[in-house]
Design a binder for this molecule. Sequence first.
Ligand code: NDP
Length: 336
Amino acid sequence: NRKFVLAQRPKGEPDDNTLRLETEDVATPGKGQMLLRNEYLSLDPYMRGRMSDAPSYAASVEIGAVMVGGTVAQVMSSDVDGFAAGDWVQAFGGWQDYAPSDGTGVINMGKSPENPSWALGVLGMPGLTAWAGLTQIGQPKAGETLVVAGASGPVGATVGQIAKILGLHVVGIAGGPRKCAHVTGTLGFDACIDYKADGFPNALKAALPDGIDIYFENVGGAVFDAVLPLLNTSARIPVCGLISQYNATALPDGPDRMNLLLGKILRKRMTMRGFIVFDDFGHLYPEFAKQMGEWVKDGKVQYREEMIDGLERAPSAFVGLLKGDAFGKRVIKLTA
Ligand code: NDP
């Protein structure tokens, strides 16, 4: 079994000393356990938080322990009720080839699921995040305007497409013309603004003559500075992620903008609410899975995946993910 363990907590961006590849014998599953062979490993921004020991909503990975991660796996052998050899499952098997499991938190996908890796994206955690954050906190109404950044990524792309289905005007924010062309052309957003281009705040303002009713927050940083003046009375802001800050070692330079934000929340009677997907909305998973499964089958929600071969490439692929190198959902394929 090859596995990546956390060797050192990174300061800023993870580097070559952060993770260490180790090899060991494949574990023999005990009574009441099954052995999973990981086929696909999901790379997700939250993993940066698990590498740190800063206070968070979830426990850090211990030094020397295998790096956590969502996986799609095949059952090799099983002594767990409801699971048999050959079943495909959704699990949290981590950055390794094999994982023993007692079945806790494992979802059985049957013997031959279509597109099994999609359970790590649009049909899984990122999809639920998009759907629940938008519907439960965003409270979308037809005719309103929604803005979402990371618009070509798994969460942002799904947020915008659901909002289009619900009859909203949708403006995405993404890095570069290629991603923006995908966001409008394939995903069907009404517009997409390139936050890396000169004059981004003005371009965003020009694209939003009626302001913003829902800002689905994925990134924070300079993007939020440009969004803040455009928010309408009674705007809702589901605070999902702040990826621009995940590698930061200090607060950004510049004037303190806390009172600007609080003043705006007060005058515009805005609602900002953070959420952690499984803690807050895990109970909605069955409803989500049914609805999203239909939308994907009917072609109403498009999904782009970026498959990378080989466990050994996971660390560099993860560092790139935080920097915007991914174009679609980044997944590591573990088996040949
Ligand atoms: P993405 O693939 O969208 O994340 C990577 C993207 O983030 C990059 O491609 C890049 O977009 C964007 N990005 C990175 N740095 C910056 C920056 N400085 N300014 C603007 N954009 C930046 O990931 P996901 O779709 O998986 O997740 C989106 C967000 O949702 C993340 O913040 C994540 O932590 C959060 N999340 C929260 C959950 C919760 O329970 N609260 C659950 C799941 C996700 P581009 O390529 O356009 O440059």
